[in-house]
Write a protein that binds this ligand. Structure first.
Ligand code: ZN
Ligand code: ZN
Ligand code: ZN
Length: 364
C-alpha cells in the first residue's frame, strides 16, 4: 500500500463510527479491512491473526509469534502469541468488558465460534456494517491506484484482437493468455479471467473450460488483476468472424445500457437509479428477463465490495465511490454479452477509469 496512506486517520474514523453505533470492539483478521486500517495483511491459516480495536485504548494486533518478524504495522501494539499459548483465550480476556463486538466478514468461523464460546452473552455484528461505509469512499491515492489498475487492463484489452487467437482454441487456453497479459501490463497478480464462448456465455460467471471456440461465436472476456493492492475488472465481448444481425442487436443494446448507466452517475443519485438506467434500456429492447444480475459492485481492495449498484439500494452516490457498470444479456443455449467498466463518482459526474473501445470487435 502507498506510503501516503494515513492508517491512524483511518483508525480514528473507525473509532468514531464504533462510538456512534455503540460497538465496543472491532476484531479484524483475514480480509481487506485489516490491510486497509493497518497496512498489514493477515495470513489465512489456522494460526489466528487478529487486530482488536476498542473505542478507547490502543489497537492491538494479536499475531502468531513466528509471523512477528515480518510485521511492520505502523507503530501498532503487537502481542505475539506462542505455539503453546491459547490465542483465543488471550484475545477474549481483552474483550471481557466489550459486550458488543463486530468481527471482520471473512474471519474464519473457527475463530469467531471459539471467541463466542469464551464470551457468552456478548452481541456480535459483521464488521462490514462499520467498515463498508468508510472503505467505499476512496481517497485520492486509492482512486489513482484504481486508475492505474484499470489502465493496465485496458492495455490488455487493446492487445486482445491482434495477439489472442480465438477460433480453434479452448476457453482455458485463452484465459491463460489473458492472465499472462494482465501481469505483463503491470498487475502484481492476475485475479481472474472469465472466457465464455458461444452458448457458454449465457452463464455470467462461466468457468473457462475445454470448449473450442467456433467461427461465429460471441466470446465474453471478463478479467482483472491486483496492482498495489487495488483491483481491475473489465469485460468486453468479441465476435469470431463477422457478427450476425442478432449478435449486433444484442451487443448494441448492452452498449446503450452501459452508456446510460455511466451517464447516470453523479453525486446524490441513488445506486438503484444507476441500475435502473441500464435496466430500462435492456427492458425496452425486450431483453429484460435476460439481464439476470445487478448492474455493478464497488471495487477497491476487494473485487466486490460496497456500494452495490442494485434495485433496492437507495444509498446516494458520493464523490470517491468506485464501482463497476456491467450490464449484460444472457440467452440460454445461444449467447451472452457483457460490457463492464470501472467508474468513480466525481464531484461533477462520472470519472471513467476504463476507456478501452466498447464496440463489438471482430477477432479471428
Ligand atoms: Zn474463422
Ligand atoms: Zn468482471
Ligand atoms: Zn465486475
Amino acid at each position: 500500500l502507498s506510503l501516503l496512506v494515513d492508517h491512524n486517520l483511518r483508525l480514528e474514523r473507525l473509532k468514531s463510527v464504533m462510538e456512534v453505533n455503540g460497538v465496543d470492539a472491532v476484531l479484524l483478521s483475514v480480509g481487506a479491512d485489516l490491510p486497509y486500517f493497518t497496512g498489514y495483511e493477515a495470513m489465512a491459516t489456522e494460526r489466528v491473526t487478529m487486530l482488536v480495536v476498542t473505542v478507547s485504548g490502543e489497537p492491538t494486533l494479536f499475531i502468531p509469534a513466528l509471523e512477528a518478524p515480518r510485521v511492520d504495522a505502523n507503530g501498532l501494539n503487537i502481542r505475539p502469541w506462542h505455539e503453546t499459548e491459547d490465542p483465543l483465550g488471550i484475545i477474549s480476556d481483552r474483550l471481557a468488558k466489550a459486550p458488543t463486538l463486530a468481527v471482520g466478514d471473512q474471519t474464519w468461523s473457527v475463530f469467531t465460534v471459539g471467541l463466542q464460546e469464551r464470551l457468552p452473552g456478548s452481541k456480535w455484528l459483521a464488521a462490514s456494517a462499520l467498515t463498508g461505509p468508510i472503505r467505499m469512499i476512496k481517497d485520492e491515492s486509492e482512486i489513482e491506484a484504481l486508475r492505474q489498475s484499470a489502465l493496465g487492463v485496458d492495455r490488455c484489452m487493446a492487445r486482445v484482437p491482434t495477439e489472442v487467437g480465438f477460433e480453434g482454441r479452448t476457453e482455458r487456453e485463452i484465459s491463460r493468455d489473458l492472465d499472462r497479459m494482465t501481469v505483463e501490463e503491470g498487475h502484481d497478480v492476475a485475479a481472474f479471467a472469465i472466457v465464455a464462448s458461444g452458448p457458454n456465455a449465457a452463464s455470467p460467471h462461466h468457468e473457462p473450460g475445454g470448449r473450442v471456440v467456433q467461427h461465429g461465436d460471441l466470446v465474453v472476456c471478463d478479467f482483472g488483476g491486483r496492482r498495489a493492492g487495488y483491483f481491475s475488472d473489465s469485460t468486453r465481448t468479441f465476435v469470431v468472424g463477422e457478427a450476425s444481425r442478432r449478435q449486433i442487436e444484442v451487443h448494441d443494446t448492452v452498449l446503450a445500457a452501459n452508456r446510460a448507466a455511466r451517464e447516470a452517475v453523479a453525486p446524490g443519485v441513488a445506486c438503484q437509479d444507476v441500475d435502473r438506467a441500464a435496466r430500462t434500456v435492456i427492458s425496452d429492447a425486450g431483453f429484460g428477463d435476460e439481464f439476470v444480475h445487478r448492474t455493478g459492485h464497488g471495487i477497491g481492495l476487494e473485487v466486490h465490495e460496497h456500494p452495490y449498484i442494485v434495485e433496492g439500494n437507495g444509498l446516494l452516490l458520493q464523490p470517491g465511490m468506485a464501482f463497476s457498470i456491467e450490464p449484460g444479456i444472457y440467452i440460454e443455449g445461444e449467447l451472452g454479452v457483457r460490457i463492464e467498466d470501472i467508474v468513480v463518482c466525481g464531484s461533477e459526474g462520472v470519472d471513467e477509469l476504463n476507456r478501452a473501445p466498447r464496440e463489438l470487435v471482430e477477432v479471428s
